[in-house]
Design a protein around this ligand. Structure first.
Ligand code: NAD
Ligand code: DAU
Length: 342
């Protein structure tokens, strides 16, 4: 695999993957196809060698552009998406357009040109799990986590469009022999994440003199994984995964939101209670948790960045040292949340 297209490669996770490939696989050339929406940023690719990484600014729903690019590549790794649940509750249309039509456009081109396709998706397609405190024995038994066999049950416009895109890929594998794999990953954290998302929002709030905002009581649980570990897993699945298979990616990082926020406050030298509780998200998923046994046992993957406290401290340091990357957008992001009571 010498030439790959990375869609959404100027976003948070996609750009991390591009850096991962450039640093670890010197013979691979990357074409990033990215529309540079509010979530995409050229700076995320700064410093990468121009002879190995090319940025094409364009839309994954542009069939002619996609066809031309796919005809010249060995593989497509598809990250591009509208990715934020809160935005999808305000205006679902871009989610339908990019996540469903965009995926359709890419898999049609891959089918036509016989190109390998990897579909990056989310654990949110499975809906949510009960909180452990509500389970007998606190949920330490079988069935407490998502597995590749868990039934799809998405909650939000975002997660339902991601679920729909996964199902398109599954159908294209079965009906047209599309050479595809799918991965469903849990919540990523690390540098370059847009400040609309939970962890960077709270860090940049504190850096801006704004009190952090916790939805509801903060009991909701997310299964955190460092984005570098996600990138390594996607490369492994792309190169060693079985065609037609779904792999779940997660690093056993379950934490409730209140605990994460209190850790951010502690690491940033703030009192434990220096935050506001704000309006909860509509339809807020309670808990996500990934069983990554298949990925670990079949492909030998294991996470490297398992010290959450250390990863969070590094992430805080990155936002502190890179204010130019986020400061211009901060007031507009907060104003939009404020109008929503959040
Ligand atoms: P992001 O919002 O930071 O980046 C999305 C990128 O896609 C941006 O660069 C944007 O410009 C680009 N894009 C959007 N619409 C496009 C279009 N129509 N054409 C071309 N480019 C377009 O998102 P992220 O958090 O990096 O997520 C990337 C992928 O990973 C998504 O598919 C998401 O569902 C999936 N995922 C994310 C997480 C997470 O925790 N963030 C976890 C699991 C899976
Ligand atoms: O699970 C994978 C998913 O993780 C990805 O598919 C999504 O693209 C990604 O955005 C993320 O979705 P979440 O909705 O879990 O992430 P978010 O950062 O928006 O919120 C994380 C948790 O924090 C969630 O329970 C809501 C809560 N929250 C969020 C914000 C922005 C707050 O309490 N306060 C906030 O200000």
């Amino acid at each position: 695999m010498k030439k790959i297209i990375v869609t959404g490669g100027a976003g948070f996770i996609g750009s991390n993957f591009v850096h991962y490939v450039v640093n670890n696989h010197p013979d691979v050339h990357v074409t990033v196809l990215d529309k540079l929406t509010y979530a995409g940023n050229r700076e995320n690719l700064a410093g990468l060698p121009e002879d190995r990484v090319k940025l094409v600014v364009g839309d994954i729903t542009d069939a002619a552009l996609v066809d031309e690019l796919v005809s010249q590549t060995d593989a497509v790794v598809h990250y591009a998406a509208e990715s934020h649940n809160d935005n999808s509750l305000k205006d679902p249309f871009p989610f339908v357009q990019t996540n469903l039509i965009g995926t359709y456009t890419l898999i049609e081109a891959c089918r036509k040109h016989g190109v390998r396709y990897h579909h990056v998706s989310t654990d949110e397609v499975y809906g949510d799990l009960p909180l452990r405190e509500d389970l007998p024995g606190h949920g330490e038994g079988a069935g407490e986590k998502f597995t590749p066999e868990t039934a799809y049950n998405p909650s939000s416009p975002y997660s339902s469009t991601k679920a729909g895109s996964d199902l398109l890929v599954r159908a294209w594998v079965r009906s047209f022999d599309l050479q595809a794999t799918i991965s469903n990953c849990s919540n990523n954290y690390g540098p370059y994440q847009h400040i609309e998302k939970f962890i960077p929002r709270q860090i940049t709030n504190i850096l801006s003199g704004i009190r952090p905002k916790l939805y509801g009581e903060g009991k909701n649980v997310r299964d955190w994984i460092h984005t570098n570990d996600h990138s390594a897993a996607v490369w492994l699945i792309l190169t060693k995964g079985k065609i037609g298979e779904t792999y779940l990616i997660g690093a056993d990082g379950e934490k409730d939101n209140k605990t994460v926020l209190e850790l951010i406050l502690e690491l940033m030298g703030q009192p434990k209670d220096a935050y506001d509780q704000v309006k909860d998200r509509a339809g807020h998923d309670l808990r996500y948790a990934i069983d990554a046994t298949k990925l670990r046992e079949e492909l030998g993957w294991q996470p490297e960045f398992t010290d959450f406290r250390e990863g969070l401290a590094d992430t805080i340091a990155w936002y502190t040292e890179n204010k130019d990357w986020w400061q211009a957008e901060k007031s507009a992001v907060e104003e939009s949340y404020r109008k929503n009571g959040q």
